[in-house]
Design a protein around this ligand. Sequence first.
Ligand code: NAD
Ligand code: ZN
Length: 355
Amino acid sequence: MKNSDRVGFIYFREKAYEILENYLLNQIDSIKNTFILLDDRTHKHCLPILLSHIDFLKKSNLIQIKSGEKEKNIHTCIQICKNLEKFKANRKSLILNLGGGVITDIGGFVASIFKRGIRFVNIPTTLLGMVDASVGYKTGVNLDSIKNEIGSFYIPEFLIIDTHFLKTLPKKEIISGMAEMFKHGLIADKDFWIKMNQIKDINNINQWDHLIHQSILIKQKIVDLDPKEKGLRKILNFGHTIGHALESYFLNTEKILHGIAVIMGMICESWISYKINGLSISDYENIKSKFSALYPMQKKFFDLEDSEIEKILMIMEYDKKNENNKIQFSLLKEIGKCSYNCQVPHSLIKECFFN
Ligand SMILES: NC(=O)c1ccc[n+]([C@@H]2O[C@H](COP(=O)([O-])OP(=O)(O)OC[C@H]3O[C@@H](n4cnc5c(N)ncnc54)[C@H](O)[C@@H]3O)[C@@H](O)[C@H]2O)c1
Ligand SMILES: [Zn+2]
C-alpha cells in the first residue's frame, strides 16, 4: 500500500474499497447486519459506484431518506432507528453513511445513540462532506431552525474518500465545498493556499483531487490536537461567525449556499484581522482579490442596510459559540496562521461589511 493511500483511519482511492471489503468480510458477522444510509440522490448517483466496487454489499439493507437539510432532524433519526429495529440491527451492526454532510451527520448521530452506540463508516459523496463534515467526529441534527443543536462526538471506524463521486455533484456544490479548502490554507498552511489558487479548471477535478486529500489532512491534524474544541480547533471557525449569521439571515428570503456565505465571512473577517490582529494589508488584499475573482459576490451582500446589519449582529450574539456574552472570532495573524477567542468591537463588525 502506498503511504498516500492510508492516513490514520482515512483511506483514499481504490485501496479504500479493499480495506472496506476486508473489514466487511472479517469484522461483520453477516452482510445482513450492514446498513447503508443514503438519500434519493446518492441512491441514484453513488450507490452504483459503491456496489461496482463491493458487489456483495447488494445484500446489505438500505435505509433511504429524502435529500436536503430539512431532513436533518430528530424525527428522521427516530425513523432510521425504527428501520434498524425492523431489520433486527444489533450492537454488532454497522452503518455505512453514503452521502453528503447531511447523511454523515445524521448517520453518525444515529450510530452514536442506537443501542448506546454501534459502528459506522463515512463514505462522503460531496466535496463539503469529504473535506469537512465527515472529518472531525462531530455528528448531529438541527432542532427546528437551530443548527446542530442535538449531537455527539462519535468516532467512525474509518473514512472512505473516493473523489469519483464528485462527477455528478452540481458545480455550485463543488464551489461551495472549495470554500472550506481555501479556509484550511488560510488558517493553517500558506503553501496549500497558494496551491488552491493555482487550480486552473474547477471542472477537471482529476487535476486537483490531490488537494482534496491534503485539505482533509489539514483538518484532521487540527482536530487531533484538540478533538473536543477546547481551544485550537476553534480556528476552523474562521469566516464562520459572520458566514453563519449571513446564512441564517438570508434563510427566509433566498437560501445561500454555506460555502458562499463562508467566503463572504472570510473576506469580512480578514478585514477585521487586518484592523486588529496584525494581518498585513497586502495579505488582506490578496485574500479579497482571489475570492472576488473566483466567487462573483452577490450584490445583496454589499447592499445591506444599517438595520439589516443590526439584525445580523443579533444573530451572531445568539450563536452558541459565544462565551461570556461576547462574540468570539477566529482571526488571521497572517496567511497560514490563525488566532482564536478574539473579541471584536461592535463598531468594527458593522464596518467590515462595507470594505
Ligand atoms: N459534522 C461536521 O463537522 C460538519 C461540518 C461541516 C458541515 N456539516 C453539515 O453538512 C451539511 C451540508 O453538507 P453537504 O453540503 O454535503 O449537503 P447535503 O448532504 O445536503 O448534499 C448536498 C446535495 O447533494 C446531493 N448529493 C450528494 N452527493 C451527491 C453526488 N455525488 N452527486 C449528486 N448529488 C449528490 C445530496 O442529495 C444533496 O441534495 C450541513 O448539514 C452541515 O451542518 C457538518
Ligand atoms: Zn463551514
